[in-house]
Design a protein around this ligand. Structure first.
Ligand code: SAM
Length: 233
C-alpha cells in the first residue's frame, strides 16, 4: 500500500461549543462537567438511523479537527503546560493540538440526542473543544474495553489543584439573570473552568484576564489561591 495514501476526510458534524475562544478551555475532557456543546450532524450523515442505539451509551468518543491549530503546522516536540511550559516531550507523548493530522479525541457525556427538521443534534457535556471544530467521527465509549484500571500516566499524573473562586456581586447577579433567561448554568461553568487554572504555563501573579464563553466576556484576576470574577458582560 502506498505509505503516503492520500485520504480525504470530510466532517460528519459541526461542534457548537460554549468555548468561543481557546483561552479557558480545559486541557482534557471531563474536568469541567458543566462545559456543554451541541454536535450538529451534517448531510448526508444527519439521518436518525445513523445514530440509532447511540443514546444507550452514557459517554461517547468524539474525534475532531484542531482546526485552529492547522495554520501553525506540527512539531516533533512540544512543551506541555503540565510541565510548566519549559520541558519538551515528543508530540506523540502529548495531547497537543500541534500534531501531524491535527486530530483531537475526547470522551464526553452524551446528555441527549434531538431530532428536528434540520436533522440530528448530539448534546454533550464535559467538553474540551472549541466552537466550530469539525467532527471526523463519533463512537460509543465502551467501559469494559476503554477503561484501563492499571494504566499509568507519565508526566501528567493528576488534574491541577483547584482555587477558591469569588464572584463580585454584580457578576453573581449577572449569572443568576443569565441562567433565568437561557437555562445555562453560567456560575457553575465559570467556577469549574477557573478551578482548572486556565493561565498559560508562564504567568505573573495578580494579573487580570478575560475569557469568552458563548457570546459573553468574563473578566477575572488571580490573587494567591483565590480568583476574583470581577465582571461578566
Ligand atoms: N482531549 C483532546 C485530545 O486529547 O486530543 C484535546 C486535548 S488538547 C490538550 C485540549 C486543548 O486543545 C484545549 O485546551 C484547547 O486549548 C485546544 N483546542 C480545542 N479545540 C481546538 C481547535 N478546534 N483548534 C485548536 N485548538 C483547540
Amino acid at each position: 500500500m502506498n505509505q503516503k495514501a492520500n485520504i480525504t476526510m470530510e466532517p460528519i458534524a459541526l461542534i457548537r461549543s460554549c468555548f468561543t475562544d481557546k483561552f479557558g478551555i480545559p486541557r482534557q475532557p471531563g474536568l469541567v462537567p458543566a462545559a456543554t456543546a451541541r454536535l450538529e450532524m451534517l448531510p448526508p450523515y444527519n439521518r436518525p438511523e445513523a445514530v440509532a442505539g447511540l443514546a444507550e451509551f452514557s459517554h461517547i468518543w468524539i474525534f475532531f479537527l484542531f482546526h485552529q491549530a492547522v495554520e501553525r503546522g506540527w512539531k516533533p516536540t512540544v512543551r506541555p503546560p503540565r510541565l510548566g511550559g519549559n520541558k519538551r516531550v515528543g508530540v506523540f507523548a502529548s495531547r497537543s493540538p500541534q500534531r501531524p493530522n491535527f486530530i483531537g479525541s475526547s470522551v464526553v457525556r452524551l446528555d441527549k440526542i434531538t431530532h428536528s427538521p434540520q436533522g440530528v443534534a448530539l448534546h454533550v457535556s464535559g467538553v474540551d473543544f472549541l466552537d466550530l471544530s469539525p467532527v471526523l467521527d463519533i463512537k460509543p465509549y465502551v467501559p469494559y474495553s476503554d477503561r484501563v484500571a492499571d494504566a499509568t500516566c507519565g508526566y501528567a499524573p493528576e488534574p491541577t489543584p483547584s482555587f477558591e473562586i469569588i464572584f463580585a456581586p454584580a457578576a453573581l447577579e449577572f449569572c443568576h439573570a443569565y441562567q433565568r433567561r437561557t437555562g445555562r448554568h453560567l456560575q457553575e461553568l465559570v467556577t469549574q473552568i477557573l478551578a482548572q487554572d486556565p493561565r498559560p504555563a508562564y504567568h505573573e501573579d495578580d494579573r487580570h484576564y478575560g475569557m469568552s464563553l458563548w457570546e459573553l466576556n468574563i473578566r477575572f484576576s488571580f490573587h494567591q489561591n483565590t480568583i476574583m470574577v470581577s465582571t461578566i458582560a
